[in-house]
Write a protein that binds this ligand. Structure first.
Ligand code: URA
Length: 242
């Protein structure tokens, strides 16, 4: 239970109404009410749990942590800011695009699929920590015919000629022909890992999509480029509590 007081401008910045100066302007324009009173002083302090805040008649709901799941499209980079490229943060509505949000891990520019964005640093650390071995599942289209021998190589643990060593990984063949379709499960998140593992068995990744992180599946109805808040059940799955 949050009983300490917070300044109105800080509260609105946290929720996503803009920078400190932007929200101060909104407050001075008398567009904000706290417990039905118009408040025009940015420094006005109140207890979050005892208060209802409205901006332009719409409730400003506070959470300490925000968790979003995004179906990342190709062509967008996994960064928070970039001068040249569109970033995953740019896909969020302005109200959700908080400075505190960061992507959990990286997907390459040409990789699609499940990406979590959150301001919960502890969870981010737990999901990315090399010690935790959180499974990530990818669907991939590869050049060439994947063989049972390739499956064995992945299961044994691949070592590249530059000395990079990967933990044992699961390669499941969906279809193997001139090109192949596979699921790859890895428990690390090294640079270009799936692509480099595929190259080590003489195949190139033609298409890559992350479909699962921990126990959390990419929802089938989440369109490419779309995002939404995680449900509490999905959050439990991500945390490995379910
Ligand atoms: N492996 C890769 O090669 N690229 C990604 O984006 C994710 C995993």
């Amino acid at each position: 239970m949050q009983t300490s007081k917070i300044r109105l401008d800080k509260f609105l910045v946290h929720i996503g109404y803009g920078s400190r100066s932007e929200v101060q302007k909104i407050i001075k324009q008398k567009r904000v009410t706290v417990n039905s009173q118009i408040i025009s002083k940015p420094e006005h302090s109140f207890v979050i749990n005892d208060s209802n805040v409205y901006v332009d008649g719409k409730e400003a709901v506070y959470s300490e942590f925000y968790y979003y799941i995004l179906n990342k499209p190709q062509g967008v980079i996994t960064a928070t800011e970039d001068n040249r490229h569109q970033t995953v943060l740019d896909l969020l509505d302005p109200i959700d695009k908080r400075k505190s949000l960061a992507p959990v891990g990286r997907l390459d520019k040409d990789t699609e699929g499940l990406l979590i964005l959150t301001n919960d640093g502890k969870l981010t650390h737990e999901l990315l920590s090399p010690k935790k071995h959180v499974n990530k599942v990818y669907y991939a289209k590869l050049s060439g015919q994947v063989t049972p021998d390739d499956v064995l190589k992945f299961a044994t643990g691949i070592e590249l000629s530059d000395g990079t060593k990967y933990r044992p990984a699961k390669l499941e063949i969906i279809r193997a022909s001139d090109t192949s379709e596979v699921f790859v499960t890895i428990s690390e998140g090294k640079f270009h890992q799936v692509k480099r593992m595929a190259l080590s068995i003489g195949k190139e990744v033609i298409y890559l999509k992350r479909i699962k992180m921990g126990n959390l599946l990419l929802p089938e109805d989440l369109q490419l480029g779309a995002y939404r808040s995680l449900t509490s059940q999905e959050l439990k799955k991500l945390k490995g509590e379910e």
